[in-house]
Design a protein around this ligand. Structure first.
Ligand code: HEC
Length: 129
């Protein structure tokens, strides 16, 4: 009899633990999808997709045409020939404005983003990865 009670109680405990775990998992998923939604509603999201995603992955550590941009803000350049110790707002701003001016012959041969507002929005978005 006692054994049956113990079995029953441990069964209940197990049940409670699993459902609690699932609850946590579910709220984790909800939280991360909320973060995704917030990130994707930033003004730089669409701009970055248009102007950078053809050549760069943001969410994967894989080289496309150019190196991955995951974690790039605050990171040292992985490319050679740029006069920066770290990719921060200032250096990224300069690079995005005129990559070929900074590194003649770079394969990132885009015309450069002339609008300061657009550059800031893109950098703000890059910080999310
Ligand atoms: C035509 C393809 C192309 C486009 C479009 C492009 N890039 Fe690049 N990017 C490259 C290549 C290629 C490199 C490597 C350049 C080199 O080694 O000189 C690079 C390098 C970089 C680097 C240096 C990364 C490191 O690891 O040091 C950053 C930062 C960067 N790109 C950001 C951007 C952003 C932000 C955009 C969008 C505004 C963009 N790029 C658009 C091709 C591109």
């Amino acid at each position: 009899m006692l054994r049956a009670v113990i079995l029953c109680l441990s069964g209940l405990l197990l049940l409670a633990l699993t459902s609690c775990e699932q609850g946590e998992k579910a709220s984790g998923i909800i939280r991360s999808s909320l973060e995704d939604m917030q990130r994707e509603s930033l003004p730089g999201a669409e701009l970055t997709r248009q102007k950078c995603s053809t050549c760069h992955y943001l969410d994967r550590n894989i080289t496309k045409v150019g190196p991955p941009l995951k974690g790039i803000v605050g990171h040292a350049p992985t490319i050679s020939g740029v006069p920066f110790a770290v990719w921060d707002e200032k250096s990224l701003n300069r690079w995005l404005q005129d990559p070929t001016g900074i590194k003649p012959g770079t394969l990132m041969a885009i015309p450069g983003i002339k609008s300061a507002t657009e550059r800031t929005a893109i950098i703000e978005y890059l910080k999310q990865f």
